[in-house]
Design a protein around this ligand. Structure first.
Ligand code: NAD
Ligand code: DAU
Length: 340
């Protein structure tokens, strides 16, 4: 049995990854380490302990706390580490840059030290396409050799962590991979991110705040496709390599929000243009040829279908949405939009 330490497994992508791995019914055990910040939600993996008593363990812990991570790895005899844990929201990193430096950089360092000490078989760093910076409308998509040029405190902290991961490979021969994926969507995403926020607001007939003119473009990938790519990289990725992961689905924010409104049968008059995000990256686009050629992965689910599925998920999981849109969430949200 291979034991995978997943960090940040109570968040959006981490929880989807854990569900995916356990659904395979293969010889894996998952050890989930999560600090349970505002974004970490045990509801995301509600029935998992009961369904998989021998294949799943949860530890509430900070990845920056090396001593405890060290003990967990020792006790659980971990083979692989997949590091999802992060402060993942760009707007929050603009409000408070130091939060993401702590977890995204120092937390990664703590895990790398533990991986080195315990001679882990593979360390996979879940990074982001945002480390490459921004593209113009006619630029070619990011490849793995595009220069790092992060623009937000969030993306700078992720790029710094990538450099550190690479340094542990070069200096200490630590077996690593880095994945850089575009914007994910799907079930269990915290409604501070564009798609679930717009679904939540539209269903409650609240205004839909679009930054600037809504012309910024993102490449969207359904979270299941991302999870499948990560497993391929973990098992078959060439040591020391970086893999871009993308959804082949570029769309501007305004067009995306209009699609959501159409699915929900809500009026476009809910859209409100607000002050732009400082340093707002214009466009992300991913060239994923490397992972496609080397590991045989490509995104499977079509954007229109997956967007529809996603909207339906939030409608059917009204209770989940109600539970995460707490008083703390609403206070943050009000503060965020007060000055826009
Ligand atoms: P998320 O915010 O939904 O979840 C982050 C999780 O990490 C939460 O469960 C939180 O409690 C946990 N966490 C935060 N700080 C921690 C700490 N110090 N110790 C232990 N746990 C901690 O994030 P997400 O959207 O699921 O993103 C997961 C990873 O994927 C991140 O590294 C992010 O940079 C990367 N990524 C995200 C996207 C996206 O579109 N969401 C795209 C590409 C890459
Ligand atoms: O590209 C990968 C990245 O995607 C990940 O690394 C990040 O963790 C993840 O949060 C996401 O970052 P973005 O900044 O692209 O995602 P967000 O959902 O915050 O915003 C998507 C786009 O929508 C962006 O152009 C900003 C815009 N936006 C966002 C919000 C929350 C709005 O116009 N209004 C909003 O209220």
């Amino acid at each position: 049995m291979k034991k995978i330490l997943v960090t940040g497994g109570m968040g959006f992508i981490g929880s989807n990854f854990i569900r995916y791995i356990l659904s395979l019914n293969e010889d894996f055990k998952i050890i989930n380490v999560d600090k349970l910040t505002y974004a970490g939600n045990p509801e995301n993996l509600k029935e998992i302990d009961r369904k998989f008593p021998n294949e799943y363990r949860f530890y509430k812990n900070d990845i920056c706390d090396f001593a405890t991570i060290d003990k967990i790895i020792n006790k659980e005899e971990v083979d692989y580490i997949v590091n999802f844990a992060a402060e993942s929201h760009v707007d929050r990193s603009i409000d408070n840059p130091s939060i993401c430096c702590e977890t995204n950089f120092f937390g990664t360092q703590s895990l790398l030290n533990a991986a080195r000490k315990h001679k882990i078989e593979k360390f996979v760093q879940i990074s982001t396409d945002e480390v490459y910076g921004s593209l113009d409308f006619n630029d070619s998509p990011f490849t793995e050799s595009t220069h790092l040029s992060p623009n937000s405190p969030y993306s700078a902290s992720k790029a710094s962590a990538d450099l550190l991961v690479n340094s542990y490979y070069k200096t200490f021969n630590l077996p690593v991979n880095i994945t850089r994926c575009s914007n994910n969507y799907g079930p269990y995403q915290f409604p501070e991110k564009l798609i679930p926020l717009m679904i939540y607001n539209a269903t409650n007939d609240k205004e839909l705040p679009i930054y600037g003119k809504g012309i910024n473009i993102r490449d969207w990938i359904y979270v299941d496709d991302h999870c499948k790519a990560i497993l391929k990289v973990l098992l078959d990725g060439k040591i020391g390599q970086i893999y871009n992961i993308g959804g082949d689905s570029e769309i501007s924010n305004i067009d995306l929000v209009k699609k959501i409104l159409k699915i929900l049968d809500k009026p476009e008059s809910l859209i409100t243009f607000v002050t732009d995000r400082p340093g707002h990256d214009l466009r992300y686009a991913i060239d994923h040829n490397k992972i496609t050629k080397e590991l045989g992965w490509k995104p499977e689910i079509k954007f229109e279908k997956a967007l529809e599925l996603t909207v339906q998920w939030y409608l059917y999981n009204e209770e989940w949405l109600k539970n995460v849109t707490t008083k703390e969430y609403l206070t943050y949200y009000e503060k965020q939009y007060k000055n826009r």
